[in-house]
Design a protein around this ligand. Structure first.
Ligand SMILES: [Zn+2]
Length: 301
């Protein structure tokens, strides 16, 4: 694994994007003027996780109220980069005492999050559905499904929902233990066919971890990884839940755990990232404040 300064690699890749753009026009010979615009061939998205927003006093290292100021700060940086879309990797809210209060917190934080990009994707975290039912959370953020896929540029993206008990029951208002996270068989089946139906290199977005066996791991993570590996298409998995920077390469797939925004007092303890997927499928993660940087070379086709 290499930790490069993103600024340096961005310059290198701009040159490569320019060359690719030119080659495309020359071989096609019909498209008129070359357009060496890196934005047309690079997918860019912003990512935040584990905001745990609530209007309440800190508990341990979790500063719930400070999330608003941190998100506002992140918004300045992210909006400048004009990402194609934003992702939040779960635990957007904490676990309020009543549905009414929780919906108020969710509205407030989502109002801020909505400023960052028109297209937004929400991964369900265990805290999102501790007080709310899945349908209550999803309807408030105007997202139809808890697991689905979409394409952006030349990349396929998959949103995973691991908020199911081991007996297959979906998490819903105080009916689960946070350590009992699972991807149920119907979702695994969907995942298999979704990956079979794409020709694009794929990035997976998840809340609970798919690279570990401890309490923060999905119980049947090995089954999920097997589906990823058999497809030969999954390049990277971004996940949250354990609140710290972590990275593992398991059988050629990058499993990257992102730092939680709720951890630590004030904006000096912020954490968020901008990700670029280059035309050659290399991935650059530009981390801000407490979030680590990564750069991974693309898979040769
Ligand atoms: Zn969390």
């Amino acid at each position: 694994m290499k930790y490069d300064r993103p600024q340096k690699t961005a310059a290198k890749n701009t040159r490569r994007a320019f060359l690719l753009g030119t080659t495309l026009v020359l071989t096609n010979g019909v498209r008129g003027i070359a357009c060496p615009d890196e934005h047309q061939t690079t997918t860019r998205f912003g990512m935040i996780t584990d905001l745990h927003y609530a209007d309440k006093s800190p508990s341990g290292s979790r500063h719930y109220r400070d999330t608003l100021a941190k998100l506002e700060k992140a918004s300045d940086q992210i909006q400048k980069a004009t990402p194609d879309f934003m992702v939040e990797l779960g635990d957007l809210i904490d676990a309020a005492d009543s549905v009414e209060t929780e919906l108020r917190y969710l509205k407030r934080i989502n109002q801020e999050f909505s400023q960052l990009a028109k297209q937004r994707h929400y991964v369900l975290g265990n805290h999102c559905v501790d007080t709310l039912k899945k349908e209550e959370f999803l309807s408030e953020v105007q997202q139809k499904q808890s697991f689905y896929s979409f394409d952006s540029g030349n990349t396929h993206f998959i949103i995973i929902d691991s908020c199911f008990r081991s007996d297959g029951t979906p998490y819903s208002r105080k009916n689960f233990k946070w350590t009992d996270a699972n991807v149920p068989s119907h979702e695994l089946e969907w995942l298999r066919s979704d990956l079979a139906n794409t020709t694009l290199p794929t990035i997976v977005l998840a809340h609970q971890r798919l690279d570990t066996k401890d309490n923060h791991g999905v119980r049947n993570a090995a089954d999920v990884r097997e589906v990823f590996e058999n497809s030969g298409k999954v390049q990277a998995v971004f996940q949250g839940h354990s609140h710290k920077n972590d990275y593992k390469d398991l059988n050629g797939i990058h499993y990257c755990t992102m730092v939680a925004m709720v951890e630590g007092k004030g904006v000096k303890n912020n954490g968020f990232s901008l990700v670029q997927v280059k035309p050659d499928t290399s991935i650059v993660v530009e981390g801000f404040v407490k979030q680590n940087n990564y750069q991974w070379t693309g898979k040769a086709k």
